[in-house]
Design a protein around this ligand. Structure first.
Ligand SMILES: N[C@@H](CCC(=O)N[C@@H](CS(=O)(=O)O)C(=O)NCC(=O)O)C(=O)O
Length: 215
């Protein structure tokens, strides 16, 4: 049986958890805190990040969420998470780039805020928040263009939705004071609708507590 190393808040891991569930691919969930010394990620991923998909031999590992999803689509194409047409496939990947990018920016800001006050860089944090805002603005425009469909692309769930809902669900948990729901009511409606889907409802993020000093 495959094992997926995941973390309770992880938007990157949630994309993979939803894809595996949608494709009906069984796996064991191994929940970790990747910053704690107890994590197993370095044994499988030289970049020491999760998610990591460990295959049946218990050794071969597929890592980096967008690559895991690419690998799943190539190896297990049924119940595809990609639209049929080439432009649709490329657009789904572009949405993932923007949503993962928003997470990357906010992860940087999150850790900056964990430094002692006198060590925090306000311009650095402002820069990360500004880039995340740009990504949210772009995603809101894409939701507006989806012509009332509950999905971002056509009338079917795709990688675009996995990335967008995972990012918004993480924002909701990790950045509760962020005003995205007010600024972009269309994003709130889109997110709430898809969060009801069983594969999202059963992979909701939750905060984690960390033991070790990180920054
Ligand atoms: N680009 C990576 C990002 C993964 C990532 O940053 N994972 C975090 C955990 S979480 O933010 O998703 O909860 C991690 O393992 N961080 C450990 C580290 O950065 O040392 C992916 O898409 O898989």
């Amino acid at each position: 049986m495959w094992t997926l190393i995941s973390a309770t808040p992880s938007p990157y891991a949630r994309k993979v958890r939803v894809a595996l569930a949608e494709k009906g691919l069984p796996f064991t969930l191994q929940t970790e805190v990747p910053w704690d010394s107890t994590t197993q990620t370095p044994q499988y991923n030289p970049l020491e990040k999760l998610p990591v998909l460990i295959l049946d031999d218990g050794k071969t590992a597929v890592y980096e969420s967008h690559y895991i999803l690419e690998w799943l689509e190539a190896k297990y194409p049924s119940t595809s998470m990609l639209p049929e047409d080439l432009d649709g496939k490329l657009f789904a990947r572009q949405v993932e780039v923007v949503c993962d990018g928003i997470c990357d920016d906010l992860v940087l800001a999150f850790w900056e805020r964990h430094r002692e006050a006198e060590k925090q860089s306000a311009p650095w944090t402002a820069r990360q928040m500004r880039k995340a805002e740009g990504g949210l603005r772009q995603l809101a425009a894409w939701v507006d263009r989806s012509n009332g469909s509950k999905y971002l692309i056509g009338d079917k769930l795709s990688l675009a939705d996995l990335a967008a809902v995972s990012m918004l669900g993480w924002l909701n948990v990790r950045w509760p004071d962020h005003q995205w729901k007010t600024t972009y009511p269309q994003l709130k409606r889109y997110w709430e609708t898809l969060e009801e889907r069983e594969t999202f409802a059963t992979t909701r993020p939750s905060p984690q507590s960390m033991k070790d000093q990180i920054v």
